[in-house]
Design a binder for this molecule. Structure first.
Ligand code: 3NM
Length: 270
């Protein structure tokens, strides 16, 4: 029997596929043939691992740089109560031009979050947009999201980095210049700075800090900064004039009569 390694992982074999092939062929293979197949599979795995080890160190800085360029523009956080729920809301936001979607649901079970996240992963891929998961690093990693967003009471950035490695965007909420500087020093990839204005969407968001604080933060950090909290089509320009790389909204898009149209108006401004 002639055996040939015809390709490595493209399309990737589902885990267990070689065993399945062997089972299917059981009875039709001699022990030597079965052994030869197993050796060929082991060799493929070894080559695959070698390629990964050689390229990992070179790829990660490139990946990080490519995100930098994508961490800007309209960033919409989904809400279970607004815009028809996570999926419908995200689809409208993407149709309108959102470039980043964050799944945020403080009440969902882990299983529900995973289901929303998987559906949003497919949707954001269709629009070539980034998917960020609020707070839940495990969910972000499990569904292959682009990143996780951490609040000041969530997992500390260095620990999240230890778990996730470099191949995940880590965003951090910052209210003060000190929090912003620390987050960057600890390895955050972007900041959400707010609340810019009064917001009813996050009752515990605290008093508005205003675009001026964002301007101060921009002067002290070099990672991208998004303004968040109470941002509307009327006040968004103030946030952009303060130097924001993008704006992050919930209600002004998902609470609008036509979320896709609202997103489109924001996207045109950016
Ligand atoms: N974080 P809306 S404000 C999720 O200041 C969130 O960190 C905030 O909703 C912060 O656009 C906020 O409807 C809610 O005001 C943003």
């Amino acid at each position: 029997m002639h055996l040939e390694v015809v390709g490595i992982g493209d399309p990737p074999l589902p885990k267990g596929a070689p065993q399945l092939v062997l089972q299917l062929l059981a009875g039709t293979l001699t022990p030597e043939e079965a052994e030869a197949i197993q050796q060929a599979v082991a060799e493929m795995r070894r080559i695959d691992w070698e390629i990964w080890e050689k390229t990992e160190g070179e790829l990660e800085p490139v990946m990080r740089e490519s995100w930098r360029g994508r961490l800007k523009g309209l960033y919409v956080i989904t809400d279970p109560q607004l815009g028809g729920g996570h999926l419908t809301g995200a689809r409208a936001a993407l149709q309108g031009g959102a470039r980043i979607i964050q799944l945020r649901d403080k009440a969902a079970t882990t299983r529900q979050l995973i289901e929303y996240a998987q559906a949003l992963r497919a949707l954001t891929h269709d629009y070539d947009a980034l998917l960020i998961i609020n707070d839940r690093l495990d969910v972000a990693m499990a569904v292959g999201a682009d990143g996780v967003h951490l609040g000041q009471d969530d997992m500390p950035v260095p620990l999240a980095r230890r778990v996730a490695g470099d191949a995940l965007i880590i965003g951090v909420s910052a209210e003060t210049v000190e929090e912003a500087i620390r987050a960057e020093a600890e390895g955050a990839d972007y900041l959400g700075v707010g609340p810019m204005f009064a917001t009813a969407t996050k009752p515990d968001a605290g008093a508005p800090i205003g675009p001026e604080r964002l301007r101060q933060i921009k002067q002290r950090v070099s990672i991208p900064v998004f303004g968040i909290g109470g941002i509307t089509l009327e006040n968004a320009r103030q946030v952009l004039q303060a130097g924001a790389d993008g704006i992050c909204v919930i209600s002004a898009v998902l609470g609008a009569p036509d979320p896709a149209e609202a997103a489109h108006h924001f996207a045109q401004m950016l």
